[in-house]
Design a protein around this ligand. Structure first.
Ligand code: 164
Ligand code: MG
Length: 341
């Protein structure tokens, strides 16, 4: 029997598990070490929600992703201010000759985010990849790079000196810590290197996501719905940081992506293309048609998971068990106050 959500909105674990589907979808291109993307999809009275923290995340961090999934399936998103949102192409740390093929998957995107500082690669690899992206986009295209905290302040200064020759919109999380980001901003200014700094991990993995703004450690903030615990919470972070925001995703299926689109649609200002095009990096999806950019934009609105696609990509029984246990340990960490504002 299915019980109703409590008056404050926290669904019972049995309800979550009753509406749970686990999928396992290969990546077209390896991205952040992921070759197969696993996700748990929840179905509730408001629609579909996605719970897909990366496999190595422990329950305290992963439980925020569950809050976001519960908000989507049981709560309401804030009112949209626009009907479509602009999307960037996302270029994994591939060889330059693969760049045109990757970009071709992001129809109409005029901004590209390029992964750099990949372990085992050199700055020259980054320069060659960014040069290939500039070639493909032409002079009017925008290019941002994402180092995922892979550089020291000195390495970042040197790498960004070289990469800035190709014209950069900003560098995302060039160094790991908030203090390094702050020091890097000073170093770049002193060296006359004109590159803005954006914080990603320093927001989404931080105990205190506002600290980066207090320390003046970034020019922009990257916000992602799932790691921040939902659309409402991500909006609150943007408001508190008082910095321009870029909405991005977490390698989600179209279900998780639609929550990112809801955030981008609700932001008072949206001056940057959103990193919400990565369904294109997956071999398949759970929504038909998938939420992939057309003409460089995505439509705002709810999506429905398709039963036959859920079956097509259904994860093996041992992985389903693993995800059900994960939902259960994360649910145990949440209380009414942590979900559904
Ligand atoms: O922002 C984008 O263009 C796409 C999303 C993206 O880059 C990421 C998604 C998931 C995990 C992260 O390592 C990565 C990021 O660091 O921003
Ligand atoms: Mg990033």
């Amino acid at each position: 029997m299915t019980s109703h959500p409590s008056p404050t909105g926290m669904p019972a674990l049995d309800d979550l598990l009753a509406g749970l589907h686990v999928v396992s979808i290969p990546m077209r291109v390896r991205f952040r070490g992921v070759e197969v993307r696993e996700a748990a999809l929840l179905h509730g009275p408001s629609g579909w929600g996605e719970f897909s923290p990366f496999l190595e995340y422990q329950p305290p961090e992963a439980s925020r992703w569950l809050s976001a999934a519960i908000e989507a399936a049981y709560g309401a998103w804030p009112a949209p201010r626009r009907t479509h949102v602009p999307v960037n192409a996302t270029v994994p740390a591939v060889a330059p000759d693969r760049v045109p093929g990757v970009l071709a998957r992001f129809d109409g995107a005029t901004t590209a985010k390029v992964k750099v500082a990949e372990r085992g690669q050199s700055v020259q690899d980054d320069v060659d990849r960014v040069a290939a992206v500039r070639d493909a986009l032409g002079p009017a295209g925008r290019i941002r790079v994402d180092a995922n905290g892979g550089w020291s302040v000195q390495q970042a200064t040197e790498a960004l000196r070289r990469l800035s020759a190709y014209g950069l919109e900003y560098a995302e999380q060039p160094c790991a810590s908030v203090e390094e980001l702050r020091d890097l901003r000073v170093a770049l200014a002193r060296s006359g290197i004109d590159v803005l700094v954006a914080a990603d991990e320093s927001i989404r993995k931080a105990e205190d996501p506002i600290r980066v703004a207090r320390l003046e450690a970034a020019d922009l903030v990257v916000v992602k719905v799932a790691p921040l615990g939902g659309v409402h919470r991500a909006l609150a972070v943007v408001e508190a940081c008082r910095l321009p925001a870029v909405v991005s995703s977490a390698l989600d299926t179209s279900v998780g992506m639609s929550a990112g689109v809801a955030l981008a649609a609700a932001l008072p200002d949206l001056d940057h293309a959103c990193g919400l095009g990565t369904v294109a990096l997956l071999e398949g999806d759970v929504v038909d048609p998938p939420l992939e950019p057309r003409g460089g934009v995505l439509p705002v609105g709810r999506v429905q998971a398709d039963e036959s696609l859920l079956e097509r990509w259904a994860a093996p029984a041992d992985r389903v068990r693993w995800w059900r246990e994960r939902v259960s340990s994360c649910h145990a960490l949440l209380d009414d106050a942590t979900v559904i504002p």
